[in-house]
Design a protein around this ligand. Structure first.
Ligand code: BG6
Length: 484
């Protein structure tokens, strides 16, 4: 199958950090269909050769195991081309169309890795020059808008020129092998299903903790914040994977229909619940990996006195028969104590204890997403102290490490997603109604924060966030996983 992948923003950060390295990995693994072209589009006036040289030097920043050897790069580089375009100029799209129509590849992918303000223009211009044919697929990166109205406006504009099944909205968390294992655990095994409900589960915690700060993205991040950057998309997609009903089959729409129902069932916010159940924080100076690091307000690109949140912890519920009353806690932040993403399913304690157990001990299923991919099942066992008159149980756990089992060299998130786009598989992409529903749910929080005189709570870099996040979960009688 021949393909042309047009990379709008081909000289930008996302292109060389994520997209081109992922395409190279697919090329190295032999999974990238042969007969492809990758056409970078940007304002820069570069020949193909100059573009290839530039990308080759960018690859020096990619982690060693994923860096091409010189001969490997030259074979990969033969796929790379560059076209100078001003994306606001309709006549430049005519040149692009000439280049693509001359070849008429089986699959035409338009990867719009530009500023979101250009999404609509690019899609309209692609259509204006007749490039929105039946095998055209358009890939859009988040953020798709900055609130519900702007998201709807983009989706509406897209609908005029493309069918829904031509739009591939990326949430790279869905491409992670660990997230696919989560689907496999739930829908490829019958073991947990009878337990997966309010009668047996006390609460569920989703944590996506990052050790890094905003790095070079201060200006972008300052306009975005953790709620838009992580909660509206990645964290809610994980919540859907945990909370959804089994889909009737593994097709894209069957999966997306079930995820949509979860989003529609999220308990609506009131000013009271936002005040009590949503905690926002901002990192102050502190220590990360043994080094002193600056606070958010000292990062370059961040406005003086900015109230942008770099941490969010919240409590929500899924209002349906399976989950009514079970708290779901979401927590994410930058400059936290470690890079760690996991979901903890805390089961209810035994109804009538006859053994002595440590305070708060109960069964727990931990789904580790990163840095390691695996499952831990926490149980209580007798332990060594047999002579005691009153037996005391101790926590032990079964540990299934998928990285050890299958190797850490599995297909990366972007690699997987890009291959899916080229092949036209939509399972791991987000549909417009899902995305709008997620925006609808975060909208009252954004509105509340706009007028809330209390800004985000400061927390020391290298900590687990503001203490208010622990106080919030403690009101339900629970604690975060690292305090268990
Ligand atoms: C991106 C966010 O979507 O996800 C970044 O914009 C964040 O701010 C990143 O750092 C986290 O992704 P991962 O795969 O490193 O957990």
């Amino acid at each position: 199958m021949s393909f042309d992948l047009v990379l709008f923003g081909g000289t930008g950060d996302l292109a060389w950090r994520k997209i081109l390295p992922a395409l190279f990995q697919a090329f190295r693994h032999g999974t990238l269909p042969g007969g492809g072209r990758i056409i970078s589009v940007a304002r820069d006036d570069l020949t193909d050769e100059q573009y290839r040289n530039r990308i080759q030097s960018c690859f020096d920043n990619v982690e060693l195991a994923k860096r091409p050897a010189p001969d490997e790069f030259s074979r990969f580089a033969a796929l790379l081309h560059h076209l100078r375009m001003d994306l606001s100029q309709p006549q430049d799209y005519v040149r692009l169309a000439d280049m693509l129509k001359a070849r008429n590849a089986d699959s035409l992918v338009m990867y719009v890795a530009t500023a979101p303000s250009l999404f609509t223009t690019v899609c309209e211009q692609i259509a204006a020059v007749g490039l929105n044919g039946p095998t055209t697929r358009v890939v859009l990166e988040k953020p798709l808008g900055h609130d519900l109205p702007s998201n709807r406006a983009i989706n509406e504009a897209l609908r005029h020129v493309l069918r829904e099944d031509q739009v591939f909205r990326i949430d790279h968390y869905l491409g992670k092998p660990s997230v696919q294992n989560l689907f496999a655990m739930r829908f490829g095994n019958a073991l947990f299903e009878p337990l997966w409900r309010r009668e047996t589960i006390a609460n569920i915690q989703i944590t996506i903790a990052e050790e890094l700060g905003v790095e070079t993205r201060g200006a972008f991040y300052d306009q975005t914040g953790a709620l838009r950057d992580m909660v509206q998309n990645h964290a809610l997609q994980l919540l859907c994977a945990i909370g959804m009903e089994p889909p009737i089959n593994a097709s894209a729409n069957a999966i997306r229909d079930e995820k949509l129902k979860v989003l529609q069932s999220l308990k609506p916010w009131s000013p009271d619940t936002i005040g009590q159940h949503v905690i926002r924080g901002q990192y102050a100076a502190g220590t990360s990996q043994g080094h002193a690091v600056a606070g958010y307000l000292q990062e370059s690109g961040v406005a003086p006195g900015s109230t942008t949140e770099t941490f969010v912890a919240l409590r929500t519920e899924i209002s349906n028969w399976r989950w009514a009353g079970v708290p779901f806690f979401i927590r994410t932040g930058k400059r936290l104590a470690g890079r760690n993403a996991h979901i903890v399913v805390n089961f209810r304690p035994v109804p009538h204890p006859i053994f002595k157990t440590p305070a708060g001990a109960a069964n727990r299923l931990v789904i580790n997403l990163q840095p390691r991919d695996g499952l831990e099942l926490h149980l209580l066992a007798q332990g060594a102290a047999q002579h005691q008159t009153e037996p005391a149980l101790v926590p032990v756990h079964l540990n299934l490490d998928f990285d050890q089992r299958f190797g850490t060299e599995r297909v990366g998130a972007y690699e997987r997603l890009l291959l899916d786009v080229i092949a036209g598989r939509l399972n791991l992409f987000v549909r417009s109604d899902e995305q709008e529903e997620a925006w609808r749910w975060v909208e009252p929080i954004l509105a509340h924060w706009r007028t809330d005189p209390h800004g985000p709570r400061p927390y020391a870099a290298g900590s687990w966030g503001p203490s208010a996040a622990s106080a919030m979960i403690a009101r339900d009688g629970f604690c975060w996983s690292e305090e268990m």
